[in-house]
Design a protein around this ligand. Structure first.
Ligand code: ADE
Ligand code: ZN
Length: 323
């Protein structure tokens, strides 16, 4: 199989990308035409339009409604993974949302089956390995998040290996989602949660306390509390850092101000992710470039790929082969 030769001197891997957020605008436009969906409010001149986190989430939700059939989802996962493989990625984990499937009128089982078919197609064609992490949407409330966990824990979910909490971090408290995480943990799923993106260190501390994840999505604002940074490093909790996303959403004004280098220097295990690449005008190889601009050495950047494979929610034999 093709191995990590697309983008540069070392292989890449990512653990943080939302599959609907990876939809190429051209694919969304094509499906919108097919199904008669008006997407003029969210795509203009071939690019997504939004202006803050709330309108980003609304555009994301709107784009998700054009994917309807098993084949549409297979095409989406395949397009995402083929592009990643071309950039030199060996492994990817992407987030899937049963709530977004339902919002387009698709049964979550059909959704997951289509995405799994896309994984198989991409692996056959490029050699890239991928797994799926089911998300519950925080701003839909604890019951919806628990239902998402029950879906993730269901029988026969090929390539589903983890559970995550996404959506608007400003809504609700981490402890409200503890039950959902218990369901996912009892099913043997890997656990991660978005925290420390829009909100500060307290949000990260609460997520660690109540949800007990092995990874945190973003987590970068933990840097505002040195004791918390120490705790994250000590516990070996891995941060899924998405610098391009943070810049696009204005969390940091410039890459020089991004805390990635400081976190790595403090002993935190980090990985890189593209989050919602076309929405944020980014892609994984750019994330690695941004890490270099932030001050990481080549050895440190290779370490981010190694961290991703070590922290991946993947079977041990596959992990050993990738390392
Ligand atoms: N859903 C899609 N992208 C997200 C992000 N960056 N944070 C939280 N939820 C999301
Ligand atoms: Zn995210």
């Amino acid at each position: 199989p093709a191995r990590g030769t697309g983008a540069g001197p070392f292989p890449l891997a990512e653990l943080h990308c939302h599959i609907e957020g990876a939809a190429p605008p051209a694919l969304v436009e094509r499906l919108a035409q097919r199904y008669g969906v008006d997407i003029s409010a969210i795509i203009r001149d071939g690019a997504y339009v939004w202006h803050d986190f709330t309108s980003f989430l609304a555009a994301y939700d709107h784009a998700a409604t054009v994917f309807r059939s098993e084949e549409d989802y297979a095409d989406l996962a395949f397009a995402y993974l083929r592009e990643l493989a071309a950039q030199g990625a060996l492994y990817a984990e992407f987030f899937i949302s049963p709530d977004h499937a339902r919002s387009s009128g698709t049964e979550p089982e059909v959704y997951a089956r289509g995405l799994a078919a896309g994984i198989v197609r991409a692996r056959d064609e490029t050699g890239i390995e991928a797994r799926m992490v089911v998300v519950g949407v925080r701003h839909l409330g604890p019951e919806a998040v628990e239902a998402a966990a029950q879906f993730a824990a269901g029988p026969s979910r090929p390539f589903v290996t983890g559970f995550n909490l996404a959506g608007d971090e400003r809504i609700g408290a981490a402890r409200d989602f503890a039950k959902a995480f218990d369901v996912a943990r009892d099913a043997g799923l890997g656990l991660t949660a978005h925290a420390g993106e829009l909100c500060g260190p307290d949000s990260v501390r609460e997520a660690i306390r109540w949800l007990k994840p092995s990874r945190i999505g973003h987590g970068v604002r933990a840097v505002e509390d040195p004791a918390l940074v120490h705790e994250i490093a000590e516990k070996g909790i891995v941060l899924e850092v998405c610098p391009g996303s943070n810049l696009a959403l204005g969390i940091y004004p410039a890459i020089a101000a991004h805390p990635l280098k400081r976190l790595v220097a403090a002993g935190v295990r980090a990985t890189l992710g593209s989050d919602d690449p076309p929405f944020f005008h980014t892609h994984l190889s750019r994330e690695y470039r941004l890490a270099a601009e932030n001050g990481l050495t080549d050895a440190e950047r290779i370490g981010l790929t190694r961290n991703a494979i070590e922290a991946a929610f993947v079977e041990e034999d596959v992990r050993r082969r990738l390392l």
